[in-house]
Design a binder for this molecule. Structure first.
Ligand SMILES: C[S@@+](CC[C@H](N)C(=O)[O-])C[C@H]1O[C@@H](n2cnc3c(N)ncnc32)[C@H](O)[C@@H]1O
Length: 397
């Protein structure tokens, strides 16, 4: 047995996931011990923070040395496999910077989500976001390749995943398309699981999951890498789905929902305010996970950015869809907020965060969610009056 024996590395990984309390059932343990992650990660990027403060991604493959490559592959890490929608480890000839657009998510997250799916033998699963195909491989091992449908939006990523799945022995349904539409041809599904984040649960997933079935997906910001929650919903006979946020997760956003970074002269966009006042809520609070999640409930779709011009720092919240803004600046006596547009964004955020604090800062897991054909409604278990309803845009909008 050599140190780079993949079967041994898989058993070590399974042991780590078990000790961490993530891997709980023998059937998922046997999947982790069987599915060869190295087939899905023949090359990937290892990231490190560079002197410029940005993440620098260095290509890694078997060429780095079999033992080092295999050891990294079997770590409980997310390995990025595509940057900016087209740069792959095979096309990069050195470290690159950019925005990760495909990856193999860390096994603790993928396995934790699989455990949360509460699957039984014979169930049909729709997976959105095939990525490398590793998570698909785990599902195929547990439930059988014929029961798994996986949708990947990027054709090159889907092709690589399909080839890796074939090599691992799984001839499953790898569909290239927009997973936000589900895959009606093979519906209904017993379980729908997404490994990309969505602003809201697409109603197509509710329609394509059978009553009693489960939808598991990360909901929340599309422009922030935190402040998101893992929603677990049960589809109901009335055409809706209801459940709760079961924990914090962080995933790259669904491609169609990736917010374009705010650009141009932001101060000009916030030049004409309808109101100006002091605020006791520092914008620093939005660096924290739960207030960031609440911000998305109170001001859905808003983007958050901080700029420094001269010696003046400004924190902006922009809702480009509704052409509303809040601009926060600090002086010797505290924070000031100027707001403009049809909604007072900071009033909404301040009210939500204040009410949450007054309620004793309940955890994200006490948030419930109901999805109907027309709206998403979030509320706190213990404080049903603390609720936010987000109507869906009209069909075709
Ligand atoms: C975090 S990776 C998936 C990880 C993967 N499940 C694994 O274990 O390797 C997210 C993937 O979702 C894909 N994706 C993003 N938006 C999508 C969409 N609208 N429909 C289907 N796939 C999407 C991305 O291209 C990316 O490959």
């Amino acid at each position: 047995m050599t140190p780079a024996d993949p079967a041994r590395l898989r058993r070590v990984l399974a042991g780590h996931l078990t000790a961490a309390g993530v891997l709980k059932t023998p059937s998922w343990r046997s999947a982790v011990e069987a599915v060869p992650r190295e087939l899905f990660l023949t090359s990937f990027f290892k990231d490190e923070t560079g002197p410029d403060g940005l993440a620098h991604y260095t290509p890694v493959s078997r060429d780095a040395g079999e033992t080092e490559w295999l050891t990294l592959v079997h770590q409980d890490e997310t390995w990025t496999t595509q940057i900016d929608g087209h740069v792959t480890p095979d096309t990069a000839d050195g470290p690159v910077t950019g925005f990760p657009t495909s990856s193999s998510t860390m096994p603790a997250t993928v396995v934790g989500m699989n455990e949360a799916l509460d699957v039984d033998d014979g169930m049909k699963v729709l997976e959105i976001g095939t990525g490398t195909g590793y998570s698909t491989g785990l599902l195929c091992h547990r439930l059988g390749e014929d029961n798994i449908t996986t949708v990947e939006v990027d054709p090159a990523v889907a092709r690589r995943a399909d080839a890796a799945l074939e090599e691992a022995g799984y001839s499953t349904w790898t569909v290239t398309g927009d997973g936000l539409l589900g895959h009606p041809r093979r519906a209904p599904y017993d379980r729908t699981v997404a490994t990309c984040a969505v602003r809201r649960i697409p109603y197509a997933w509710v329609r394509q999951t059978r009553p009693g079935g489960i939808i598991l997906a990360t909901v929340g910001p599309s422009a922030w890498s935190y402040g998101t929650g893992l929603a677990k919903l049960t589809v109901q006979g009335d055409g809706g789905a209801e459940g709760r946020i079961i924990g914090r997760t962080s995933f790259m956003p669904a491609r169609a929902e990736t917010a374009a970074p705010l650009s141009g002269d932001l101060s000009a966009r916030a030049a004409y305010a309808d109101s100006s006042r002091r605020t006791s809520l520092s914008p620093d609070v939005l660096d924290e996970w739960m207030p960031a999640f609440l911000t998305q409930l109170a001001a859905p779709g808003a983007q958050w950015v901080r700029t420094i011009g001269g010696d003046q720092e400004t924190a902006y919240l922009f809702d480009t869809g509704r052409e509303a803004f809040a601009a926060l600046t600090v002086d010797g006596s505290g924070w000031n907020v100027r707001q403009g547009g049809p909604v007072a964004l900071w009033d909404a955020v301040e009210n939500a965060v204040t009410a949450w604090r007054e309620a004793g800062e309940p955890d994200i897991t006490s948030i419930r969610l109901k999805v109907t054909r027309t709206a998403h409604t979030y509320w706190f278990d213990s404080r049903p009056a603390l609720r936010w309803t987000h109507p869906h845009p009209p069909l075709g909008a």
